[in-house]
Write a protein that binds this ligand. Structure first.
Ligand code: NAD
Ligand code: UDP
Ligand code: UDP
Length: 319
């Protein structure tokens, strides 16, 4: 028998990032309890873990209380793409806010260390570029993205109040756009949309003039950042930006994907969604200093791995 270390709860553990984190922590000999209500996920991303005696899956909605004994909590439960979080906006806010309260209550009772998957969306459509953690953001509180942005902002408030008021050990990561194998093909995010469209030879849907920018981080780099942040001394609470500072326009991304897939699909302009941020790039100075972390996988390599993944889905008739 191996000596097992920590009992780790991962909420949203069946999702894109959560499933990768489950794998990573099982490899590190943790006991992993994956909690998910399957709002956006299916069991596909975690079914290969079912035979592992150190892995446990629980269907549960984090807006309801949860009583169990754990050493660490990664709170990832929340729909993450605009298509998913705008489907039921009230439930999105509930998941962020009530979910945070319940997980913080659990952390308080068990004295567990707790990680929050916050987001670059807390910066809204930013006036400062790149965005440092000290920037308070520019979020429309009543727009169609607010259920997500304000829900995540309120969750950060709760994390810092539980830290100040109850001495909880918190780790708040502000995650910038992340991509890689395991992404949902239908959640409308730009990387999955463009790759699926290119592979199927369908028009590449470029919103607006395509000059808006994003910075994309490969999933394995991101998960490494999570684990390093969780392992820091208690004085490190975050918020800390995690993302890849290399910035691209959406037009450049489309052209790169066309080139890598060898597709002849045409670009097709569509209206820019309301409140769509014009630019986004993380300032990762703090992550470099506190975590000795920076992304390693360049966009070309990450896109190739992601294209391989979607090609396999296409081959199995799943796209
Ligand atoms: P995802 O949709 O793949 O995963 C989210 C998971 O949470 C899903 O498995 C979903 O079923 C589950 N979930 C949703 N509501 C729930 C509820 N009420 N109770 C229990 N489970 C629930 O998204 P992801 O990309 O893996 O994102 C994970 C976390 O990281 C999210 O909190 C997201 O806001 C954050 N994040 C992701 C990105 C990104 O680019 N992927 C960027 C910034 C922040
Ligand atoms: N909670 C939970 N699991 C626990 C402890 C608490 O889900 O192990 C939930 C419970 O629903 C509670 C919330 O977390 O309402 C906040 O807990 P806290 O102790 O901060 O507040 P209180 O119990 O006083 O409301
Ligand atoms: N986008 C696009 N075509 C698509 C999907 C998205 O041009 O098919 C754009 C979108 O308007 C935004 C960027 O790509 O400017 C990133 O969108 P995504 O939904 O992936 O992430 P977020 O807006 O949350 O950063």
């Amino acid at each position: 028998m191996k000596t097992l270390h920590k009992r780790v709860l991962i909420t949203g553990g069946a999702g894109f990032l959560g499933s990768r984190l489950c794998e990573r922590l099982l490899d590190a000999d943790c006991e992993v309890l994956c909690v998910d209500n399957f709002f956006t996920a299916t069991k596909d991303n975690i079914s290969h873990l079912f035979g592992n005696p150190h892995f446990e899956l629980m269907r549960h909605d984090v807006t309801f209380p949860l009583y169990l004994e754990v050493d660490e909590i990664y709170n990832l439960a929340c729909p993450a793409s605009p298509v998913h979080y705008q489907f039921d906006p009230v439930q999105t806010t509930k998941t962020s806010v009530h979910g945070a309260i319940n997980m913080l209550g659990l952390a308080k009772r068990t004295k567990a260390k707790i990680f929050q998957a916050s987001t670059s969306e807390v910066y809204g459509d930013p006036e400062y570029h790149p965005q440092p953690e000290s920037y308070w953001g520019r979020v429309n509180p009543i727009g169609p993205r607010a259920c997500y942005d304000e829900g995540k902002r309120c969750a950060e408030t709760l994390f810092f109040d539980y830290h100040r008021q109850h001495g909880l050990r918190i780790k708040v990561a502000r995650i910038f756009n992340t991509y890689g194998p395991g992404m949902h093909p239908n959640d409308g995010r730009v990387v999955s949309n463009f790759i699926v469209q290119a592979l199927k030879g369908e028009p590449i849907t470029l919103y607006g003039d395509g000059m808006q920018t994003r910075s994309f981080c490969y999933v394995d780099d991101m998960i490494e950042g999570f684990v390093r942040l969780m392992a820091t001394e208690d004085v490190v609470t975050g918020p800390i930006n995690l993302g890849n500072p290399t910035e691209f326009t959406m037009r450049e991304l489309a052209e790169k994907i066309l080139q890598l897939t060898g597709s002849r699909a045409k670009l097709e302009q569509r209206p820019l969604p309301q409140d769509d941020p014009k630019q986004r790039q993380p300032d990762i100075t703090l992550a470099r200093e506190h975590l000795d972390w920076q992304p390693k996988i360049p966009l070309d390599q990450g896109l190739r791995l992601t294209i391989d993944y979607f090609e396999k889905l296409l081959g199995r008739g799943l796209l």
